[in-house]
Design a protein. Structure first.
Lengths: 273, 220
C-alpha cells in the first residue's frame, strides 16, 4: 500500500466505530512510515482538541420554557379535540336541514297562497291569522336566505379540501412568487377553515425573513379567534423576532376573554422579543 | 524514530455523562426506548415528550453551540426543535428513528436561524486572541488551553456549514453512520466520505491558524 492510499483511511482509523481488524494494510503501512505517522498524528491532535472542547450546559430557562410550551400544547389539544366533532355534527345538520327547510318553505308558500286566493275578504280574525302566517313565512324566508347565502359563499370559495390542496401546493413551491405568498397570507386571514389557516401559516414559516410576510401574519393575529391558530401565530411572530408584534402581544396577554394558554404564550413571546 | 500505532492513537471522545443520574430512576421499571416514547407523543401522550427532552436536550444543545458558535442561538434553536416535535408529532413515522428525526429537525431549524439572522459564526483573527491573553503568570497554562480552544472554534467556524454538521454529528452525538446518513439524506458511504473530508479540512485550518499564531507571537 502506498502513502496516499494509507492516508485516505486515517480518518476511518481514528473513528471509534472502526473495528481493530479493519484496514489491516493501512495499519501495517502506518507502523513503518514516519511521514504517514506525522500525518496521522496531526489528524489525531485535531480530534483530541475537538474532544477537549468544553460541553456547555444550557441555562435553566430552556427547561422552564419547554415545560411551559408543553403545558400550553396540552391545554390547547384538550380544548380543540372536543370541538372537532361538534363542527362535524353542525356541518351534517346543515346538509340535512337545508333541503327540509326548502321543502317547508315551499309548502308554507303554497298553503298561504291558497288561503289568500280562497278568502280575499275575510274579517279581522282572519287578518290576524294571515299576519301570523306571513310573519312565520318571513322568518322562514330569512333563515333560508341566510342558509343559501352561506352555501353560496362556500361554493364561491370552493370546498375546504380544494382550498387546502391549493395551500399545500403553494407550500411545496421552493421559491414561491410574491403572488403565491400573498395568497397564503389571504388564506391565513380569511379562510373559514382553521386547518387551511394553519397550513397557510406553516407554509409561511420558511419566508419569515420577508417583511410583508411578517406584517401579513401579524395583521391576522388580532382577528384570529381559534386558540390553536392564535398559539401558532404567536409562535411565528416570536420565532421571527418580530418586534412590531409587541403591542398586539401585550394586548392579548391582558385580554381576559382570550384563552389562558394563548395569554401565557403571548407573555412568553414578549419575554423572547 | 518510528512510533507504534498505540503511541499515536487518539483517545476516544469523553463518554457522555449519564444524564439519568440527576433524576430518581426506578430500576424495577424498564425505561421506554426513545422510539416508543415518541410514538406515545404522537398518539396524544404529550407528557412522554418531557422524558425525551430530559434525555436529549443536553447533547442537542451541545451540538448546536458548536454548530452556531452562539449559546443564546443554540438555546433558541433547541427550544424550537422540541416545539416542532410537538407541532409535527403526527408526521413521526412508525419505522422512524427518534435521534435521526431530532437531528433532522435541528438541522432545518439551524438553517432557518442562519438564513434569518445571517449569523454564521464569524472567524476571529488569531492576533486578537493573543492580545486578549491573560497576563497573570499563573494563568499561562489556562490561557494557552483557552487559546487552543478559541483557535479550534475559529477553525470550526471556517468550515463549510455542511462539513461542520457532519463532523460534529459523527464525533459527538453517538450516532451510527446509518443514522447520520438518514439525517443528511445521503448514502452511508457518502456520509463517511463527507465526515472524513471534513476532519481533514478542519486539521488544515487548525494547523494554519496555529502557525499564524506562532508567527504573531514570534514577531514580538
Amino acid at each position: 500500500m502506498n502513502c496516499q492510499s494509507a492516508r485516505d483511511t486515517f480518518p476511518a482509523l481514528l473513528d471509534r466505530r472502526t473495528t481493530a481488524t479493519e484496514h489491516a494494510e493501512a495499519r501495517a503501512h502506518l507502523a513503518g512510515c514516519p511521514d504517514c505517522q506525522r500525518e496521522f498524528a496531526a489528524l489525531s491532535q485535531t480530534l483530541a482538541a475537538l474532544d477537549a472542547l468544553p460541553a456547555p450546559a444550557p441555562s435553566p430557562r430552556l427547561r422552564k420554557n419547554f415545560h411551559a410550551l408543553l403545558e400550553a400544547e396540552k391545554n390547547s389539544a384538550a380544548s380543540v379535540r372536543p370541538a372537532a366533532p361538534r363542527t362535524h355534527r353542525a356541518s351534517l345538520w346543515r346538509w340535512i336541514l337545508s333541503p327540509a327547510l326548502g321543502a317547508a318553505l315551499l309548502l308554507a308558500g303554497f298553503f298561504a297562497g291558497t288561503r289568500y286566493s280562497a278568502a280575499p275578504a275575510s274579517g279581522p280574525a282572519g287578518d290576524d291569522a294571515t299576519k301570523r302566517e306571513l310573519a312565520q313565512i318571513k322568518s322562514q324566508m330569512a333563515k333560508m336566505t341566510q342558509l343559501v347565502g352561506y352555501q353560496l359563499l362556500q361554493q364561491q370559495q370552493g370546498p375546504t379540501n380544494e382550498r387546502l390542496q391549493e395551500v399545500l401546493a403553494a407550500a411545496r413551491s421552493d421559491q414561491p412568487s410574491d403572488g403565491t405568498l400573498d395568497d397564503l397570507i389571504k388564506a391565513l386571514a380569511f379562510d373559514p377553515s382553521a386547518n387551511v389557516r394553519l397550513r397557510a401559516l406553516e407554509a409561511l414559516y420558511a419566508h419569515a425573513d420577508r417583511e410583508f410576510v411578517r406584517s401579513g401574519v401579524l395583521a391576522s393575529l388580532p382577528r384570529e379567534q381559534n386558540p390553536l391558530v392564535q398559539l401558532e401565530l404567536i409562535d411565528f411572530v416570536a420565532a421571527a423576532h418580530d418586534r412590531e408584534a409587541t403591542p398586539v402581544l401585550e394586548k392579548i396577554s391582558r385580554n381576559e376573554t382570550i384563552d389562558q394558554s394563548v395569554r401565557d404564550a403571548a407573555r412568553r413571546a414578549l419575554a423572547q422579543l | 524514530m518510528i512510533a507504534t500505532l498505540d503511541e499515536i492513537r487518539v483517545s476516544s471522545p469523553p463518554a457522555a455523562p449519564d444524564r439519568r443520574g440527576a433524576f430518581p430512576v426506578d430500576t424495577a421499571v424498564e425505561q421506554r426506548p426513545d422510539h416508543a416514547l415518541m410514538l406515545a407523543v404522537r398518539a396524544g401522550e404529550l407528557d412522554a415528550l418531557g422524558e425525551l427532552f430530559e434525555r436529549h436536550h443536553g447533547p442537542l444543545f451541545g451540538f448546536l453551540v458548536k454548530l452556531t458558535g452562539d449559546r443564546s442561538a443554540a438555546e433558541d434553536i433547541t427550544q424550537t426543535v422540541f416545539q416542532r416535535m410537538l407541532k409535527y408529532r403526527h408526521t413521526y413515522r412508525d419505522d422512524g428513528s427518534f435521534a435521526t428525526w431530532m437531528y433532522h429537525l435541528a438541522r432545518r431549524c439551524a438553517a432557518d436561524h442562519f438564513r434569518r439572522s445571517s449569523a454564521a459564526p464569524r472567524a476571529t483573527d488569531p492576533s486578537d486572541l493573543h492580545e486578549r491573553a491573560d497576563d497573570a503568570p499563573h494563568a499561562a497554562q489556562n490561557a494557552s488551553a483557552r487559546d487552543d480552544q478559541a483557535l479550534l472554534h475559529v477553525a470550526l467556524a471556517r468550515l463549510e456549514r455542511d462539513d461542520r454538521e457532519v463532523l460534529l454529528l459523527s464525533r459527538f452525538q453517538e450516532l451510527s453512520f446509518a443514522e447520520i446518513s438518514g439525517i443528511l439524506e445521503c448514502s452511508v458511504g457518502a456520509a463517511k466520505v463527507r465526515a472524513h473530508r471534513a476532519l481533514r479540512e478542519l486539521r488544515d485550518i487548525y494547523f494554519q491558524l496555529q502557525n499564524m499564531k506562532q508567527r504573531v507571537a514570534g514577531g514580538e
